[in-house]
Design a protein around this ligand. Structure first.
Ligand code: 5MM
Length: 365
């Protein structure tokens, strides 16, 4: 609960090296261990870690890295008051007898790996099952094999004294309607709980990380944010047992502001006892990464952008966000950029052009 209370949320910084390389390639930064460390360290030392972020999900490489001052990343996270966590699955692999679908692997040797991660400072873990929506998908095989793996994973994690995040992600890729997403996501989540109960998981000691109910990204029938919130609540109310204390949504490819706005409406309309917060990867990091890529040593500027996103989401997790507050971003950025601009005049205009170009990219009005 410490991870999720008072509007706090989770920073999902558990991109595997393959995914992180894609993210860094997209902003023309070399994906070296040093650069991956520098970006993550920049986020983990930001001011908003203290008041907004309750937990950070790390990846195997990152949990073993040390910062420039010799501290391990888990200890930097703990110093900010947040809790370090770790992704323990080893990825989604092709599913035999339904090769267009995936099953997440990583159970072999998990008990030993968990012991090691605990010693490194982790206190919670994450495992993600991935499901696509299509005419025949998700199939019964995908739904039951991923649920079974999530349950076996959760049992080992609770045995090791840590809290499992159970993440069944129904992807938004495709032409499907929001109604299809509601039906499929409900089926997936219900099967997960069926297996968690069979495996005797203490449901009061897990965090569910689901997708919101959205129309597919290629669907012609998009729904309003109000409908996203009502369908998401409908799905969770009928699928999640009451013992579960908290739900932390993934952003799943929504834009940053969309993910914040939807979370805010979910909280305004929340008629359940579940804490509803965020466990965002892209929706917390996108703008910060874009900005950072222009000058990887501009820690303050990158943190300014990350802090704003984290604060907006923490407000949304309490139903207190508004588009007016969102627009204040412009003022925050402009005052920061003006400071940089003035100092760059003194040092020969070099940086200024770049800052102003960036500001036009990332400011949403
Ligand atoms: C941060 O991305 C995680 C996936 O990384 P790999 O695909 O490399 O394993 C992912 O599990 C993430 O934690 C969740 O999907 C939430 O991230 P988004 O970006 O959807 O909020």
């Amino acid at each position: 609960l410490k991870i999720l209370s008072n509007g706090k949320g989770i920073l999902a910084a558990d991109e595997s090296n393959v995914t992180m390389t894609k993210r860094l390639d997209s902003v023309n930064i070399k994906s070296s261990p040093e650069n991956r460390l520098l970006f993550r360290e920049t986020l983990f030392t930001a001011e908003s870690m203290r008041d907004c972020i309750g937990g950070v999900i790390l990846y195997d490489e990152t949990i073993n890295q040390k910062s420039s001052n010799g501290k391990t990343l888990p200890s930097i996270i703990s110093d900010s008051g947040a809790i370090p966590g770790i992704k323990v699955d080893t990825g989604a692999k092709d599913l035999a007898n339904s090769l267009d679908e995936k099953v997440t692997e990583g159970l072999d040797g998990l008990r030993e790996r968990l012991k090691k991660y605990y010693e490194l400072g982790a206190r919670f873990t994450k495992w993600r099952g991935v499901y696509s929506i299509g005419e025949k998908y998700p199939s019964k095989i995908a739904i039951s094999s991923n649920a079974h793996a999530l349950a076996r994973y959760s049992a080992l994690v609770q045995e090791s004294g840590m809290v499992p995040i159970v993440e069944p992600e129904v992807l938004m890729d495709g032409e499907h309607s929001a109604e299809d997403c509601l039906i499929k996501t409900s089926e997936v989540i219900q099967k997960c709980f069926e297996e968690l109960i069979i495996h005797k998981i203490d449901l009061s000691g897990i965090i569910l990380k689901p997708n919101m109910i959205l129309a597919g990204n290629k669907s012609k029938n998009k729904i309003s944010n109000e409908e996203v919130s009502s369908k998401t609540l409908e799905c969770l109310k009928k699928s999640v047992p009451n013992e579960v204390p908290g739900i932390a949504f993934l952003s799943g490819g929504q834009s940053e502001v969309e993910a914040t706005e939807n979370l805010n409406l979910i909280n305004i309309n929340n008629n359940t006892d579940f804490i509803m917060t965020y466990s965002y990867g892209r929706a917390l990091q996108q703008s910060a990464l874009k900005f950072w890529s222009n000058d990887i040593n501009d820690i303050e500027g990158t943190q300014t952008i990350f802090n704003h996103r984290a604060r907006m989401n923490t407000l949304a997790a309490q139903g207190k966000w508004s588009s007016e507050l969102e627009k204040k971003k412009k003022k925050i950025y402009l005052s920061y950029f003006s400071k940089q601009y003035l100092s760059s005049i003194l040092s020969g205009f070099k940086k200024s052009t770049r800052y102003w170009q960036d500001s036009s990219i990332s400011i949403e009005t």
